[in-house]
Design a protein around this ligand. Structure first.
Ligand SMILES: [Zn+2]
Length: 160
């Protein structure tokens, strides 16, 4: 994917915002075909984050805003995309402006996600305790397939 393709893929922010966003670290070395989604936080705008997902052979980008309050590290929380249980300070509520008229009217959708948006890695590497007696490759495959479905669901609610 080129930088231009990436910037043009965003569906819920202005052209100006898409052109101004900070690219993910190591952008030119990313193996896009291997990812269900690419998520990253904006290094220059701490509350901003981005998800880019393949929709067929088209990339679709969604701009997100993180809640500015952090949850406690003493409680547990779960990312609703990759369903990894973590301490609550590693999970954040993100909202996305909806596309079209709904978005122009200030409508957003929100969900809890890994604060670093690293769900794609975590679905492969973090095997929940109750699945640890199973074949890790099989579990990782199931987890990434579920992640893909949930991200598509989120995307559908942004574009609805
Ligand atoms: Zn996650």
């Amino acid at each position: 994917m080129t930088e231009q393709q990436l910037r043009r893929s965003f569906v819920n922010c202005s052209r100006g915002e898409a052109n101004g966003l900070t690219l993910p670290p190591g952008f030119h070395d990313i193996l896009w075909d291997d990812l269900e989604l690419l998520g990253w936080r904006d290094a220059k705008a701490p509350l901003r984050g981005y998800l880019v997902v393949w929709d067929g052979d088209q990339p679709v980008g969604v701009a997100l805003r993180a809640a500015d309050t952090r949850m406690s590290s003493r409680t547990a929380a779960m990312c609703l995309l990759c369903q990894t249980a973590q301490t609550a300070d590693a999970v954040s509520l993100f909202t996305a402006r909806r596309t079209g008229e709904a978005g122009r009217n200030g409508n957003t959708v929100g969900t809890y996600m890994c604060a670093d948006l690293g769900c794609s890695d975590r679905a492969r590497t973090e095997i929940p305790p109750w699945l640890q007696d199973r074949d890790p490759a099989e579990v990782a495959e199931e987890r990434t397939a579920e992640l893909r479905d949930r991200v598509r669901g989120f995307l559908a609610s942004v574009r609805r």
